[in-house]
Design a protein around this ligand. Structure first.
Ligand code: FMN
Length: 390
């Protein structure tokens, strides 16, 4: 299955097409819209979030609430479009001043050079993270399919905003409780207050923040992915999908970079057996992936998001029209979007895992795919006399 997004930040609408999506997937439009709402939430978002409440509309590839196997198209309208009909006119030409002072940290400058263009608007409209709305909608459909058919659940939460980090262990119950949290989706409410305070102070200065979020995928069977070629490794695929999210600069699995401080005897996750005869590990420093494949533990990774590059106190730029040093352009912008980026990461994680399942268990109908998936588990359980689920 591949998915393609289209649409500009202030264009008429966003579109996502999922090609080779299996038939029979139940579509829960409320669930998809709730994921879109989660992507729009979070302390530190800009004015745009107040203008629009994103709603997905499915226009092809579904009938009577289920996918048919035909390319599935979802559209999300940009409600702000009505204020941009001239600036973003598709055919008619209006006299609109060009944007010529690129913002450091954005695609503005490299994009102009790449396309031999002279108006940053032509670059920023597509480079904008508004695209992540379409990814979130596609990922939401697949996320609910993963839960319903394969018991796989995906969560994310905020670990750090700027230099303020959580320092508290948490349970899955904690993650479930904050799933729809609209503040910062942080499990530590005392630290969250400090984060909010930092966002407020930063906003007052016209500055911005980045941070770290963590993603956890549960009920993963061992053996998803491959050790055979670099193109099929699960960690490489997840890393590529996560690093492609606007603003994401790093990813670490399990113990991550901190793991290098440990000895091998401390780092590697020893095997054990649960009371229910399930193969378990004494720790999960590998983040659920060994040798390019899932190892049956939860998949756990953290991603680092750079500070938002549109600053209200604009940074220095060069006006490409007259080659003079000026301030960079300022567009309406968020101050901090780490929790929203976490929601996008949940979506692309779902799409990545689903694709790996399809590669191994087939493409056509979700019931058939599910049958092959659980038949394999039954065969393994019979062969090895242990179970995969508690
Ligand atoms: C959900 C989300 C919302 C974002 N909102 C903004 C924003 O309002 N203003 C901005 O300058 N950057 C925003 N960004 C970040 C930029 O899109 C990103 O820094 C930029 O595209 C360059 O990132 P790159 O260097 O990783 O490609 C957002 C990112 C995400 C994931």
């Amino acid at each position: 299955m591949i998915y393609l997004t289209s649409g500009e930040s202030h264009g008429q609408e966003l579109t996502v097409i999922l090609n080779q999506i299996p038939s029979g997937i139940a579509i829960d439009i409320d669930y998809i819209n709730n994921e879109l709402k989660r992507r729009q939430s979070g302390y530190g978002r800009g004015g745009r979030m107040k203008i629009e409440t994103d709603q997905a509309e499915i226009v092809s590839g579904a009938r009577f609430g289920k996918t048919t196997g035909a390319p599935l198209t979802m559209k999300i309208k940009n409600k702000d479009w009505q204020n941009w009909t001239e600036k973003m006119a598709v055919l008619k030409k209006y006299k609109i001043p060009k944007l010529t002072m690129p913002r450091p940290g954005h695609a503005d400058y490299a994009g102009l050079m790449k396309y031999y263009d002279d108006d940053i608007r032509n670059i920023l409209e597509r480079a904008s993270a508004r695209e992540t709305t379409a990814q979130t909608a596609a990922g939401a459909l697949i996320k609910s399919a993963l839960k319903e058919n394969f018991k796989i659940e995906i969560f994310s939460h905020t670990i750090a905003i700027g230099n303020i980090f959580i320092n508290k262990s948490y349970t899955l119950d904690d993650l479930q409780k904050i799933y729809n949290d609209e503040v910062l989706r942080c499990i530590d409410k005392i630290v969250e207050k400090k984060m909010i305070d930092l966002i407020e102070k930063t906003k007052k200065r016209g500055d911005t923040l980045g941070g770290i979020f963590e993603v956890i995928a549960l009920n993963i069977i061992p053996g998803l992915g491959s050790f055979i070629q670099y193109t099929n490794k699960l960690d490489a695929k997840l890393a590529a999908a996560i690093l492609a999210i606007q603003g994401i600069k790093g990813i670490e699995f399990g113990a991550g970079f901190d793991g290098v401080r440990k000895f091998g005897s401390q780092f590697h996750d020893e095997f054990d057996l649960s009371k229910q005869k399930k193969i378990i590990r004494k720790s999960n420093n590998a983040g659920g992936i060994e040798g390019g494949m899932s190892n049956g533990c939860n998949i756990v990774f953290r991603a680092a998001m750079k500070p938002i590059p549109t600053l209200m106190s604009a940074l220095q730029s060069v006006d490409l029209e007259d080659c003079k040093i000026k301030k960079a352009i300022v567009e309406r912008s968020d101050v901090c979007v780490v929790p929203a980026a976490g929601v996008v990461a949940e979506a692309v994680t779902a799409l990545t895992l689903f694709n790996i399942i399809l590669e191994e268990f087939g493409y056509d109908n979700i019931k058939l795919i599910r049958k092959r998936y659980f038949d394999k588990l039954k065969l393994l359980e019979k062969k090895y006399k242990f179970s995969f689920y508690n």
